[in-house]
Design a protein around this ligand. Structure first.
Ligand SMILES: Cc1cc2nc3c(=O)[nH]c(=O)nc-3n(C[C@H](O)[C@H](O)[C@H](O)COP(=O)(O)OP(=O)(O)OC[C@H]3O[C@@H](n4cnc5c(N)ncnc54)[C@H](O)[C@@H]3O)c2cc1C
Length: 473
């Protein structure tokens, strides 16, 4: 369908970053049209009936510590457009083989006290970061720059640069505290003996105390539905079912924002991109992928450990050593026998997602990039280990491997859900060192999680990219 008039700006992709860019440009007074290849908007925030009627499953993201804390989201009236964060009683539970669980609670005090002899160490590690989070957030959730608050940033950086295994061992004595930290650090997708893997444990732990690990009532789709509704209220236009295959297909506009990862830009840009820049994009690396299972369940998961039934997120993987072994194996191209499983049970706090008395379960583990290996049995065995009887509750299941994910959303290259590896090199060079959002094509910018600050539902890549575009175009 032809557009009513040529817009000032166009955006390709309706993930949280595409919508964040579109909103930022609209707020600056530009007319904006957004194109999405799928039939519905949302990218990594879709919610669908994947198993049985009445069971709503988050296809991708489920838990949103970065979303609720995002300085950009906080600047938007998303509540007025239908978004409601729902907080569990316990932010995160990490069951252990002895029938207990380490719990991340909103209060640093309660979390640390439950860690026994590690109580003081936990308070020392997390306490200062939680206090400083309001000044740290704008520096951390941004492209690399000289920090506005150098001292707290440097104190964070000294620990964050360490491998998670090392920081866990230096900080804690108990298996419970070490496992809790390792599970959070494993969100990095990095082997836990690699530099910077500790950063993810520190940030996610801090967020647990500072603003929580909530889910969105009605499913993660409510985040981008609220963003789209606000965008339309500003006059923005959204066109779905439009797969953009080259830059030449787009209406000419002052600004073009691409919610795409570097490899996709090579294809879209074609000969318009100078060879030097194409080389940089080709050197950009993608990391492990995911294998995911969604369950329709006949009731709550029967965890042995108290606390797991009060948390929307459960890290299933046992000790820090087990988690570290599994994550390293994935980087060696192997499929761990006992994978680290990230599990969400959102119906415990959001009854709108399943028929009365029933539950949905969401879980994934890391696998080598592009893997098509079926991890269902291994994921379910891990859950059964800490919740005997779990399998008996399964009414239906839906699985998706790396290749299937990439077919649904071309941004998920080989099943990589972060838009590229998030190691030290690609923390600095994402995908270029200076002006990471700018491309050599005049007026064309990257704004996806393949730019700083990287993966997760927070919209900060889109916000920074659009702000940069407004300043420089
Ligand atoms: C299984 C899974 C679990 C996750 N869990 C969490 C979680 O719990 N919490 C969290 O914060 N994050 C999570 N994430 C990560 C999060 O979803 C992503 O980091 C986030 O969605 C990235 O946003 P984005 O806007 O950069 O890209 P995306 O959300 O991927 O959006 C890109 C959009 O561009 C569209 N597109 C691509 N190519 C074209 C084209 N040529 N033409 C038109 N449109 C195109 C795609 O269809 C898509 O809609 C998860 C992701 C997955 C897959």
């Amino acid at each position: 369908m032809p557009l009513k008039r040529a817009p000032d700006a166009v955006v390709v992709g309706s993930g949280p970053n595409g919508l964040a860019a579109a909103i930022t440009l609209s707020r600056a007074g530009l007319s904006v049209t957004l194109f999405e290849q799928a039939a519905s908007i949302g990218g990594g925030t879709r919610t669908e009936e994947l198993t049985l009627p009445g069971f709503l499953h988050d296809v991708c993201s489920a838990v949103h510590p970065l979303g609720v804390a995002s300085p950009f989201f906080l600047s938007l009236p998303l509540q007025e457009h239908g978004l409601e964060w729902v907080h569990p009683e316990v932010e995160l539970a990490h069951p252990l083989a002895d029938g207990t669980a380490a719990l991340l609670q909103r209060s640093v005090e309660e979390t640390s006290t439950a860690l026994g002899i590690d109580a003081a160490a936990y308070r020392r590690l997390m306490g200062p970061m939680v206090l400083k989070w309001p000044v740290l957030a704008p520096d951390l959730l941004a492209p690399f720059h000289f920090p506005r608050h150098p001292l707290p940033f440097a104190l964070f950086g000294m620990k964050a640069l360490l491998p998670a295994n090392l920081l866990g061992r230096l900080s804690f004595k108990t298996p419970a505290a070490r496992a809790l930290f390792a599970g959070m650090a494993a969100h990095s997708f990095l082997p836990l003996d690699r530099p910077l893997s500790a950063a993810f444990g520190l940030i996610l732990g801090t967020l647990g105390h500072a603003s929580g690990w909530p889910v969105a009532r009605g499913g993660s789709r409510m985040i981008t539905l609220a963003m789209a509704s606000y965008f339309r209220s500003l006059g923005g236009e959204i066109v779905t079912g439009r797969d953009i295959l080259s830059l030449g297909e787009l209406p000419s506009a002052r600004i073009t924002m691409l919610d795409l990862t570097p490899r996709q830009l090579i294809a879209l840009g074609g000969a318009a991109l100078p060879e030097g820049y194409r080389g940089k994009l080709r050197r950009y690396r993608y990391g492990p992928g995911v294998f995911k299972v969604d369950w329709a369940l006949n009731g709550p998961i029967p965890w042995i450990a108290e606390g797991c039934g009060r948390a929307a997120t459960v890290h299933v993987g046992g000790t820090a050593e087990e988690i570290s072994k599994g994550e390293s194996e994935v980087w060696q191209g192997m499929h761990p026998e006992r994978p680290f499983v990230l599990l969400a049970q959102p119906t415990l706090v959001d009854g709108t997602r399943a028929p009365l008395g029933k539950q949905v379960g969401w879980a994934y583990c890391h696998v080598p990039n592009s893997s098509t290996f079926d991890m269902t049995e291994r994921i379910e065995a891990q859950v059964e280990r800490f919740a005997p009887g779990f399998r008996g509750l399964i009414l239906a299941r839906h699985t998706r491997n790396c290749a299937e994910y990439e077919r649904c959303n071309p941004n998920l290259i080989g099943g990589d859900i972060n838009g590229g590896v998030q190691d030290l090199r690609q923390f600095l060079i994402r995908p270029t060192l200076f002006s990471p959002y700018r491309t050599p094509v005049k007026g064309v910018y990257l704004c996806s999680s393949g730019t700083p600050p990287g993966g997760g539902v927070h919209g900060m890549c889109g916000y920074h990219a659009a702000t940069y575009a407004l300043k420089t175009t």
